[in-house]
Write a protein that binds this ligand. Structure first.
Ligand code: 4AD
Ligand code: MG
Length: 458
């Protein structure tokens, strides 16, 4: 809560700590930014926010105070250091206020500050991603993001999973789908820096599997890159993915882990981010808390891909892409299942082999693989995972039949040569989790600096 005092001043206090104080504080120092200032001649009301929480601290500055005449000229956005006394507030709406004794300007904020107005559209704010975090909504968003990242680690650490730092630069293509960014030298001399073609990772999974087959339960959590040219509200070119991988775990274990994980994250947000979430529940999505409550109390429903296709075909809905066995589910199908049919999270399992990656375990029917996707309302797919093909010959056959090079995947096949074991894992898109938890409708609004096709600010 406090930073050490460097002068005669008391240590700096965070607004969050002051607002939850049980007692008055005779002498305290607050450092933050002015949100509003109202000058009433004999005194001024200043709302100060220091980023520690959604709420502002109400500061009452008497006109005789050092720095007063300068303070009342300050506008929204100015950075200030205020010394004063935390006292019970006689006014309505807050328990505490800071009765200022001195205000020192740290950085002024002229009239052309783009956030002078109170309300701005998300589109406008996307154009100033470097400033939007100064608004209530984006401050709340990025505090929730930070807290949920901690919750990811807490979940896995409590279950004995080891955190593995899988590489970002890679010479293999996890999904075999070729939607990767190439990494090259700026100068074009035809040489590869690493002696071979290198890309930004699309998933840490293959590297992670090797660690699961030694450390048992592992996870990776970091930036992921996809060069797919899909300019949608749910795709980013750079996003964060959480990927657990467990040895001696089958698809059943995997689905259970995915359900427990999602619930843990939602419960964490409701318990630990209540104030910030209230902003989204009040101003972004009035159905938010009911939806989160529903996820927190019920586990995901399960349905096989084959059943899901039948449900979609019988729905009578005229989908743009008619659902058909053997074709991948479209976002419209996924959202229909999660929003209309099951009205909550649903895990679709056992997809046709043809629509899924080479590493997924072939089922006994030799038509479907042990894949599972979790779909949620408002977002669609939030988790994708599978039991992995652990049988050497089956995997090699699959690789070759999908046109992948046995040589290039030699290291991966090694894991099936030496002490292979059944294992499973999944990937959760961290931004899609934030969309679910906050009700934000666009992935660009849940990541600090969005990167999407044709758009990178700096
Ligand atoms: O379903 P995906 O492609 O699965 C994998 O990458 C597996 N290798 C994961 C694993 O089994 N370890 O991606 C996993 C999740 C998706 O469900 C989605 O939530 C998110 O990552 N995702 C994206 N999020 C934002 N922008 C994109 N372009 C995304 N692509 C995938
Ligand atoms: Mg997927």
């Amino acid at each position: 809560m406090d930073t050490p005092a460097t002068s005669a001043n008391p240590p700096r206090s965070r607004v969050a700590a002051l607002l939850s104080s049980e007692t008055p504080v005779p002498d305290t120092l607050v450092k933050g930014w002015i949100r509003t200032l109202r000058d009433h001649k004999d005194f001024a009301f200043i709302e100060v926010n220091d980023g520690s929480c959604l709420a502002n601290l109400q500061v009452v500055a008497p006109s005789g105070m050092p720095g007063f005449s300068q303070a009342v000229t300050l506008g929204t956005g100015a950075a200030v250091v205020i010394r004063g006394e935390l006292a019970a507030s006689p006014g309505k709406g807050q328990r505490w206020e800071l009765q200022a004794k001195e205000i020192v300007l740290a950085g002024s904020c002229p009239e052309d500050y783009p956030l002078q107005k109170k309300r701005h559209s998300d589109e406008f704010l996307r154009g100033i991603a470097h400033l939007r975090v100064r608004t209530n909504k984006y401050g709340a968003m990025f505090r929730i993001r930070s807290s949920l990242a901690q919750a990811v680690h807490a979940f896995f650490q409590a279950r004995g999973f080891h955190w593995i730092h899988t590489p970002i630069l890679t010479a293999s293509d996890c999904e075999g789908a070729g939607e990767m960014f190439r990494v090259t030298l700026g100068r074009q001399n035809g040489e590869e820096f690493f002696g071979r073609k290198t890309h930004l990772t699309v998933s840490g999974q293959l590297a992670l599997e090797m660690f699961a087959l030694a450390l048992g339960d592992v996870y990776t959590f970091g930036p992921t890159f996809r060069a797919e040219n899909s300019n949608t509200s749910r795709h980013a070119s750079e996003f964060w993915m959480v990927e657990p991988e467990s040895a001696f775990a089958d698809i059943e274990d995997n689905m259970r882990l995915a359900g427990d994980f999602l619930r843990h994250l939602v419960v964490h947000a409701m318990d630990r981010c209540a104030e910030d979430l209230s902003l989204f529940a009040n101003f972004v999505d009035t159905g938010l808390m009911a939806r989160l409550e529903n996820i927190a109390t019920k586990g995901p429903v399960r349905v096989s891909y084959t059943e899901a296709i039948l449900i979609l075909q019988k729905s009578g809905v005229a989908f743009e892409y008619p659902p058909a066995w053997g074709k991948d589910l479209q976002t419209a199908h996924e959202r229909y299942l999660a929003e209309e049919v099951f009205q909550g999270p649903v895990i679709v399992h056992d997809y046709p082999a043809g629509v899924k990656a080479f590493y997924m375990r072939m089922n006994a029917d030799e038509k479907t693989v042990a894949a599972m996707d979790m779909l949620v309302p408002g977002v669609g797919e939030i988790i994708g995972g599978s039991q992995r093909e652990e049988r050497f010959h089956v995997l090699r056959q699959r690789l070759v039949s999908m046109g992948l090079s046995e040589e290039e995947y030699g290291w991966y096949l090694d894991s099936r040569r030496y002490g292979s074991a059944p294992h499973s894992g999944f990937g959760l898109g961290f931004e899609r989790l934030l969309m679910l938890v906050t009700g934000a409708g666009n992935i660009r609004d849940v990541i600090p600096y969005p990167r999407t096709p044709g758009s990178i600010d700096f």
